[in-house]
Design a protein around this ligand. Structure first.
Ligand SMILES: C[S@@+](CC[C@H](N)C(=O)[O-])C[C@H]1O[C@@H](n2cnc3c(N)ncnc32)[C@H](O)[C@@H]1O
Length: 164
């Protein structure tokens, strides 16, 4: 699968730990460098090496380069996962420093509708978008299904069902 908004790779790591090969795409150079560093270290640690071996990172803007990056990786992604930044309203003093720095680097991802459009064109089976629970869906086609958790919601855009 493809995680087209890789960030620091937390979601991608969970997906890879479940056995999926994951192509990660991150457009902010500093974030991609941090993620590559983590990946390199995970590759040599005994407990994470097998998981890291399923993860591959490309630096680039997925809204513009998704087709090329997927072609280069030589696989047809059934599922594309998106988790764009969503502007938060809480006062910055209350937000952890780590998160504040990350938000400054990443920005607000206001162009998420274009990314969703690109993902819908490339995914063979489905696009899954992670959103804060009360946030509206990304502007564009409505999701066919939603799954709600305590703080997050998953909006599912289904082309066809996944084979077991
Ligand atoms: C909320 S964070 C993702 C966190 C990630 N899911 C995790 O578990 O660590 C969103 C990230 O997506 C990246 N991003 C947003 N739009 C992108 C695009 N079009 N192409 C590549 N990366 C993008 C941002 O730079 C940011 O690092």
């Amino acid at each position: 699968m493809v995680d087209a908004t890789a960030g620091l790779g937390r979601d991608a790591f969970v997906l890879a730990s479940l056995g999926a090969p994951v192509l990660m795409i991150e457009r902010v150079a500093a974030i991609a460098a941090l993620l590559q560093d983590g990946l390199t270290r995970a590759a040599v640690a005994e407990e994470t090496a097998a998981i890291a071996a399923r993860m591959c990172l490309r630096h680039g803007d997925a809204a513009e380069q998704l087709v090329a990056l997927v072609a280069e990786a030589e696989f047809a992604p059934q599922v594309i996962h998106l988790d764009p930044m969503f502007p938060h309203r809480e006062k910055s003093a209350l937000v952890k420093k780590e998160m504040r720095v990350f938000r400054e680097l990443a920005g607000d991802d206001d162009d998420a509708p274009g990314l969703l459009e690109a993902a819908l064109e490339v995914a063979t089976h489905r696009v899954v978008v992670k959103r804060p629970r009360r946030a509206p869906p990304i502007a564009g086609p409505a999701p066919q299904h939603t799954l709600e958790g305590k703080t997050s919601r998953y909006d599912l855009y289904v082309h066809r069902s996944l084979s077991r």
